[in-house]
Design a protein around this ligand. Structure first.
Ligand SMILES: NC(=O)c1ccc[n+]([C@@H]2O[C@H](COP(=O)([O-])OP(=O)(O)OC[C@H]3O[C@@H](n4cnc5c(N)ncnc54)[C@H](O)[C@@H]3O)[C@@H](O)[C@H]2O)c1
Length: 346
């Protein structure tokens, strides 16, 4: 047998239950937090933030509901300043990858512990990966300091997540799984978790998008989101590199992932028979790329790169950026391949 792998996953406490957010005070106490800065996005995210501040009571120092997707540098600096002004001894991120992403950058620079309360499916809470955007370029890195120490999954908090966000962040999570099936760093554990996550998403994501109040389906998708997040650390091939470059151009992250996923899958599956078998099992379909395309078609989210503001004049730039990275993929990727893929997705 010629299999070889390295399994290196830092520990993380995970609490999952309907209504689990009520335990936030106890979880903060476990980490000895007495002055937590609650980080959220504005709007509906801010309302979630207020709820968490109330539940934390005296353990909350302040609410900072100013997180923005892809963590622009100025937003990161404002977050750091808020943590220092509040003399925070920990961070509680409530919301999706944007809120968690800001908490991660603050933690990278301060080593403050994070409790994450994720309410989308994108999976950032389970990774050591952080990202920050300066102008048109997004930089990512890995640091164990940014991995939330504790994650509280409360499906009840997701009942009001709009269908489009459920669909896009769910497809983002499916992208983590799909790419982990063929990634170089895959392990028996990542393969098992990704298969299980795909099965749950395939069976329950359409139900959640059709009826956000379907509690059982919400719970299944949140479990799938957790599992997807745990395999994201191995998924750094064409799908994620492309989404990263597109994100740097200002395109919405989850939507960009969703749009390119069927195309990247079709491109790679020809050379990845094991991934194809796993995906075929999850979808109950012999053509998983087609199954992903019909998921996308069913969902109330942008269908093509042109719908999310991708400038066709940037095709060569993106193709050049990807080709320069010599991505490890089941199929070698040339600039011409990327151009063709982008044109199809456009
Ligand atoms: N570092 C990582 O490992 C990692 C992984 C995945 C995504 N990300 C990052 O996460 C960001 C995208 O995150 P996302 O896709 O989770 O979406 P998001 O955090 O941007 O949230 C999308 C929208 O949904 C709203 N929302 C969130 N929860 C809600 C709820 N329960 N009810 C109503 N509205 C709610 C938010 O306010 C926001 O307007 C990107 O910046 C991406 O790069 C990072």
């Amino acid at each position: 047998m010629s299999v070889s792998f390295t399994h290196d996953v830092p520990p993380q406490r995970v609490v999952f239950a309907p209504g689990a957010v009520a335990q936030i005070g106890e979880e903060a106490e476990r980490l000895k937090l007495s002055r937590a800065l609650v980080v959220a996005t504005p709007g509906s995210g801010g309302r979630l933030g207020k709820t968490v501040v109330e539940l934390l009571g005296v353990r909350a120092a302040a609410l900072h509901a100013q997180a923005v997707i892809h963590v622009p540098k100025s937003v990161a600096e404002a977050g750091l300043a808020a943590a220092r002004a509040a003399n925070a001894d920990g961070l509680v991120a409530v919301g999706g990858g944007s809120a968690i992403g800001l908490a991660k950058i603050i933690a990278r620079d301060t080593a403050l512990p994070i409790i994450a309360v994720p309410t989308t499916y994108s999976g950032s809470e389970a990774t050591t990966i952080f990202g920050i955007t300066d102008g048109a370029r997004k930089t990512t890195g890995r640091d164990v300091k940014v991995l939330p120490r504790t994650v509280i999954y409360d499906p009840d908090l997701t009942l009001g997540l709009p269908p489009a966000v459920s669909a896009a962040s769910g497809m983002n999570a499916m992208a983590h799984c799909v790419e982990s099936f063929w990634a170089d760093g895959r392990t028996p554990m990542s393969l098992a978790l990704a298969s299980e996550a795909m099965r749950r998403f395939a069976n329950h994501l359409p139900a959640v998008v059709a009826d956000g109040a379907d509690r059982d389906a919400r719970g299944e998708c949140l479990i799938a989101a957790w599992l997807s997040g745990t395999v994201l650390s191995v998924s750094n091939g064409l799908q994620h590199k492309l989404a990263h470059v597109l994100g740097g151009l200002g395109l919405p992250h989850a939507e960009a992932h969703a749009i390119i996923l069927p195309h990247v899958t079709r491109f790679n599956l020809q050379a990845a028979p094991d991934a194809k078998t796993r995906l075929a099992e999850a979808f109950g379909s012999a053509d998983p790329a087609d199954a992903l395309a019909s998921f996308l078609k069913k969902f109330p989210i942008p269908q093509r790169l042109r719908d999310i503001g991708f400038d066709a004049g940037k095709v060569d730039f993106v193709a050049g950026e990807i080709a320069a990275q010599a991505i490890k993929s089941p199929r070698p990727v040339s600039a011409a391949d990327v151009r063709e893929l982008l044109n199809e997705a456009y």
